[in-house]
Design a protein around this ligand. Structure first.
Ligand SMILES: NC(=O)c1ccc[n+]([C@@H]2O[C@H](COP(=O)([O-])OP(=O)(O)OC[C@H]3O[C@@H](n4cnc5c(N)ncnc54)[C@H](O)[C@@H]3O)[C@@H](O)[C@H]2O)c1
Length: 347
């Protein structure tokens, strides 16, 4: 379902980007992807300069404003990455680049051990070589596997049930060890379900190929690009039988990264933080919200449960609230679907 968007960032967005010698410079790996491209725009609104490094294996060049330095490279390419960190005098790395499909990670785990874990090892080597001592990792609720209880706190046992979660957890553990040994400071931000789009940046939205995330799948169905949405299981022990997930707006996620950068910049202690809302929404509720926002019918087909899908994944965000002073502000289901729909209806 890859849809090409023409024109890249609007002129107004470019005009807001003012080069300033005192601006903080951050490397955004995966900055041509969904969350990373939103981050680039959030950074510059906050007066930071983002430098994007992306191999375009899953991202879109037109998601990165033309005046933002862009390096097309694999994060595992140590000479290119180290040179980029040095040349741009990077203060912190925001590491979004990753393979992201749970099912693919089960079918082809080598892609995940190489593309996520080995690539992160190489990236950290480059960071240490270049003297970068702040690092923010895009981690995931998938590290918890099937939780024993919800809402999930950060010290809940981490028992991932697929290689995607395993490689993210291994990266977190590497960061913890490097932090103790080499003084690197990090925040591992464990996103629950990212969704939505930034209404201030109309060229940005969720464009994965293949798309596996519920909100865009539902909205593409509303647009007639898919015949129906398949709901995997309606016999879970949840109020309507479908799985509960914690949806967090991409704008809120980016604000959390800014908060983490500020926290680390002020000498904050390394650690992991859940990013969600503390509230679960069922698959049926998401479909209903999309019908309401789009005003269109969205046919659904109920299929069997998928292996490894827990009934409920809902975050406790008390730690992020207490330590990072971050709380999701734009993440009501209605707002998420409305902002995502604005992007999809335009695309
Ligand atoms: N989207 C979600 O709901 C969600 C939930 C939890 C965690 N995350 C994490 O957030 C991050 C961003 O997710 P997204 O949805 O924006 O994904 P995305 O696929 O849209 O973006 C990932 C980007 O990384 C790039 N990339 C991949 N491997 C690379 C490599 N080796 N070198 C250079 N670039 C590479 C891709 O080209 C792409 O632009 C990922 O780390 C993902 O695991 C996302």
């Amino acid at each position: 379902m890859g849809r090409a968007r023409r024109g890249g960032a609007p002129v107004g967005a470019r005009a807001r980007f003012v080069l300033c010698s005192h601006a903080v410079r951050d490397l955004v790996t995966g900055g041509a992807g969904y969350v990373g491209s939103h981050m680039v725009c959030t950074l510059r609104r906050a007066g930071h300069e983002g430098v994007v490094l992306d191999d375009l294996s899953g991202g879109h060049r037109d998601a990165v404003p033309g005046d933002v330095p862009f390096v097309q490279a694999d994060v595992a390419d140590r000479p290119r990455v180290t040179a980029t960190l040095r040349d741009h005098r990077i203060a912190a790395v925001l590491h979004f680049a990753s393979r992201i499909q749970v099912g693919e990670s089960v079918a082809a785990p080598r892609l995940y051990y190489k593309g996520n874990l080995a690539a992160s090892i190489a990236l950290l080597e480059s960071a240490l070589d270049a003297g970068v001592d702040r690092f923010v990792l895009s981690s995931t609720a998938a590290i918890y596997g099937a939780p024993k209880s919800v809402p999930i706190e950060e010290d809940h046992p981490a028992v991932p049930v697929n290689p995607y979660g395993e490689t993210k957890l291994a990266t977190e553990r590497m960061l913890a060890a490097y932090s103790r040994a080499y003084g690197l400071r990090y925040a591992a931000l464990r996103y629950f379900n990212a969704a939505g789009a930034d209404p201030a940046e109309p060229h940005l939205g969720e464009r994965h190929t293949p798309e596996t995330h519920l909100v865009p799948l539902v909205l593409e169905t509303a647009l007639g690009a898919r015949p129906h949405v398949t709901i995997f299981g309606d016999d879970y022990p949840t109020p309507d039988g479908t799985c509960l997930r914690d949806y967090v707006h991409v704008v809120d996620l980016c604000e959390a990264h800014l908060a983490a950068l500020q926290y680390l910049g002020q000498g904050g202690e390394s650690g992991a933080f859940n990013l969600g809302t503390g509230q679960g929404h069922s698959v049926n509720e998401v479909v209903e919200a999309a019908r309401h926002v789009s005003g269109r019918p969205i046919p659904v087909v109920y299929g069997p449960r998928r292996d490894g899908d827990p009934p409920a994944l809902v975050a406790s965000c008390a730690r992020a609230e207490r330590v990072l002073h971050w709380k999701a502000k734009r993440s009501s289901l209605a707002q998420i679907v409305e902002d995502a729909w604005a992007f999809h209806a335009r695309a």
